[in-house]
Write a new protein. Structure first.
Length: 322
């Protein structure tokens, strides 16, 4: 039986890591969930949650039993970590991406490389179905990294659709929900609204707070619906086609390496939510062709550090699982 400390404390920390990853275009919170050993439980828990909790289980069995049935404590600890991270770390991460992009992407590159090995080694048999899903996952994920983003629509319906699609990517290892938002043109709107929500809370600005809550609420409704529907698909895939599913996820991560490669050439720019000019379309290049300081040695060190981080997390997860 789990205890408040350290079990749920570490789940909250894992949620914080997922939230931090989800605000970075190119990094998936699903990858963090997988390498930290909670991915299967997360999918199973989401699949259990439905309206019967409020209208049937709670009324019939009482809140405590109904809460245990949906693994509510796990979900609360994880979601608290995700929310805390998005509200508190999003500004730090976006700042580091603006000031130290090569070093940040180097760490993530090493992390994803190790994740590919970590997920891939769990495939017990590489049959035809596994190879096909691996190739499909790799090709689809790579195509996403080179697709051209569109302009940012501000309508509530588009925010709803963005939430529905992005949350699917956020729980898939290797597919970045933040990058999907960028492709759909909603990234600047969502991140800007999160910053607006935080600033409105600090400044007690009820007008701005209401606007932010309405936008985030619309996005959240789409995300909840997408999460619930897609979790059923993933739950079925893991139960019936586990090797093919793991191969698909491994392919997703392999294809995403193009996005997290540290050295890029900017092809075009866009204006972010703060009015700053930031890269819009980029292509991966070798370090020697990078314009400016390529920080090669430090980048290699951080790649190794990111790679080793996965093995430390894996060992820690196994230790605390005993």
């Amino acid at each position: 039986m789990r205890k408040l400390f350290p079990d749920y404390f570490f789940i909250t920390l894992k949620g914080m890591a997922m939230g931090a990853a989800d605000v970075v275009p190119g990094v998936s919170g699903g990858t963090i969930a997988f390498i930290s050993g909670i991915y299967q439980e997360l999918i199973d828990t989401i699949n259990k949650v439905d309206f019967s909790f409020f209208f049937s289980s709670w009324k019939k069995n009482g809140f405590k039993i109904a809460w245990q049935q949906i693994n509510g404590s796990f979900l609360l600890a994880l979601l608290s970590g995700i929310a805390l991270s998005i509200l508190s770390l999003s500004k730090v991460i976006t700042h580091l991406l603006e000031t130290r992009p090569i070093l940040v992407w180097s760490f993530f590159f090493g992390l994803v490389i190790a994740s590919i090995f970590f997920v891939g080694k769990q495939i017990t048999k590489f049959n035809l179905a596994a190879w096909l899903t691996f190739i499909i996952g790799t090709a689809l994920s790579y195509y996403i990294t080179i697709a051209e983003p569109i302009a940012s629509p501000d309508s509530y319906f588009y925010l709803f659709i963005s939430g529905f699609i992005a949350i699917i990517a956020m729980i898939l290892p290797g597919v970045s929900g933040a990058f999907i938002l960028l492709l759909m043109g909603s990234y600047a709107v969502v991140i800007g609204t999160i910053n607006q929500f935080r600033e409105a809370l600090i400044g007690f600005n009820l007008r701005l707070l209401g606007q932010a809550v309405l936008k985030l609420g619309t996005f959240a409704i789409g995300a909840i619906l997408g999460l619930k529907l897609f979790s059923k698909v993933l739950h079925w895939m893991f139960d019936n086609q586990r090797n093919a599913t793991l191969a698909l996820l491994t392919g997703f991560m392999l294809g995403s390496l193009n996005k997290v490669w540290p050295w890029k050439k900017v092809l075009s720019t866009r204006i972010d939510s703060h009015g700053n000019e930031v890269p819009f379309m980029e292509k991966s290049i070798l370090p020697q062709y990078f314009e400016g300081e390529n920080h090669l040695m430090m980048a290699i060190v951080l790649m190794v550090f990111g790679f080793l981080t996965i093995f430390i997390l894996e060992k820690a997860t196994v230790k605390f699982a005993k």
